[in-house]
Design a protein around this ligand. Structure first.
Ligand code: GDP
Ligand code: IMO
Ligand code: MG
Length: 425
């Protein structure tokens, strides 16, 4: 019995897809537990790049069971497009992918509602991915949602009722739209979905555990986008934290073993909302250019800044992180010095914890470390790490109170270096 959870500690896009792909050979099952096509998880191997949105990132590695759990929201039209593109790569999908009947469906009108609510917010808009995530989770919690299992019986009726309800809301917002084309694609997606294993994934996953199988749960977004603990209201609408794996898959908390917390060596954010260490200068631009920091789904420019250890300590606490994974350190290969935010200054007072309100007047307090000025992208073992880089990761471990067990030095599957390999993880 073994369930490990891998999740983002920052504002998403930490590199979860890459590392799930790397770790999958050690597991029997990979499962997504929250989020939906707002995610864009990139994998690179054998010179090819793939972006997954709803399909778990374990799908490329041999014959593993990949589960889309009950906590996920699924858009059948986007799913069909993603699945067909995936199958076109020659990798089998239908036998490997199981979808929870309890996962909620994103309707075409959910997307319209997402746009309408954003428009209504004006300057204070969240900057969502526009995929209908918020309205779909809203319907789930207000007990109005449609689930994947609903497509098996009297679906037309249920769909018509949900759509009529949405139309009323949109009318009250005076929002004009046309969903005829989107609805057609969506209905094709519903038919396509029927070809998949639609399962009671909570039973399946617990039965597999009883048989001694191991599970890797793949988080989407990041802790700072969690609906409870993130930079609310500039967050997504699900629990992105470790506890989300329990509710999003039907796993008891005492089944969780390792919690892999994944972080970039710097920090990025897409969309609006507070970001204390954001850089508006040439250094921020340099990080964006070298790190190719543009959204995998939306192509939007990602905001860039220095690593924020205050927010990371908070994320590590909330998730019970047992080991850290450090991504994209190669992006900093050519910096004279590197900064890390160790505390915040609020109203002239220094604090080392993540406060209720980070929107106003939070000033980062930095420590400056020497850069390593070495190309690390071809390194294969920690023995090759330059002294300054070793000092940087020791500093991070000490500040964060958790070991960095994997260092990623490039986007490719092979550009992954394990540390502490003599010890059992
Ligand atoms: P996810 O949403 O957490 O899976 O991350 P994304 O795929 O949205 O964004 C991570 C981006 O960084 C992708 O383009 C990856 O190919 C790339 N990437 C992942 N790890 C590394 C790394 O160590 N170095 C560099 N330079 N790029 C990386
Ligand atoms: P992955 O899994 C980065 C952000 C959006 C917006 C906010 C709310 O690839 O790390 P939503 O559409 O969820 O209602 O948008 O959350 N966001 C992400 N940012 N990575 C993601 O996913 C994100 N998913 C949502 O930009 O600020
Ligand atoms: Mg992403």
């Amino acid at each position: 019995m073994k369930v490990d959870v891998l999740l983002g500690l920052q504002w998403g896009d930490e590199g979860k897809g890459k590392v799930v792909d790397v770790l999958t050979p050690r597991y029997d099952v990979v499962a997504r537990f929250q989020g939906g096509p707002n995610a864009g998880h990139t994998l690179e191997f054998e010179g090819q790049k793939y972006v997954l949105r709803s399909i778990p990132s374990g799908i490329f590695q041999g014959n593993k069971v990949n589960i889309i759990g009950n906590g996920v929201v699924l858009d059948p039209a986007l799913f069909k497009a993603e699945a067909e593109a995936f199958e076109a790569t020659g990798h089998p999908l239908k036998d490997r992918l199981h979808i929870s009947k309890k996962a909620h469906l994103i309707l075409p009108t959910h997307r319209i509602l997402d746009a309408a609510y954003e428009a209504a917010k004006g300057a204070s808009k969240v900057g969502t991915t526009g995929k209908g995530i918020g309205p779909t989770y809203t319907d789930k919690v207000s007990r109005n949602g449609l689930r994947v299992g609903d497509i098996l019986h009297n679906f037309e009726e249920k769909y018509a009722a949900a759509k009529a309800r949405h139309e009323k809301i949109l009318k009250s917002l005076n929002y004009t739209y046309d969903i005829s084309e989107a609805e057609k694609l969506w209905m094709e997606g519903i038919d396509y979905l029927r070809q998949f294993h639609l399962v009671d994934s909570e039973h399946e996953i617990n039965n597999l555990l009883k048989e001694g199988k191991s599970v890797l749960c793949e988080g989407a977004q990041g802790t700072m986008l969690d609906v409870d603990f993130g930079s609310y209201p500039f967050v997504t609408s699900s629990n992105t934290i470790c506890a989300g794996a329990c509710t999003g898959l039907g796993l008891a908390p005492n089944k969780i073993g390792e919690v892999y917390g994944i972080m970039k060596a710097y920090c990025t954010r897409v969309g609006a909302g507070p970001f204390p260490t954001e850089l508006f200068d040439e250094t921020g631009k340099k990080i964006r250019d070298l790190g190719h920091e543009y959204g995998a789904v939306t192509g939007r420019e990602r905001r860039c800044g220095w690593v924020d250890l205050v927010a990371l300590r908070y994320a590590i606490m909330i998730n019970g992180v047992t080991q850290l994974i450090l991504m994209k350190s190669d992006v900093l290969d050519n910096f004279e010095t590197i900064k890390a935010c160790v505390a915040y200054k609020v109203d002239g007072e220094e604090i080392d914890y993540f406060p209720f309100d980070i929107a106003e007047g939070v000033e980062p307090v930095y420590v400056e470390l020497p850069g390593w000025k070495t190309d690390m992208t071809k390194m294969t073992s920690e023995d090759e790490f330059p002294e300054e880089f070793n000092a940087y990761i020791s500093f991070l471990e000490e500040q964060l109170g958790a070991p960095i067990k994997i260092v990623s030095v490039g986007p490719d599957r092979e550009q992954t270096i394990e540390r502490y390999i003599d010890e059992e993880h």
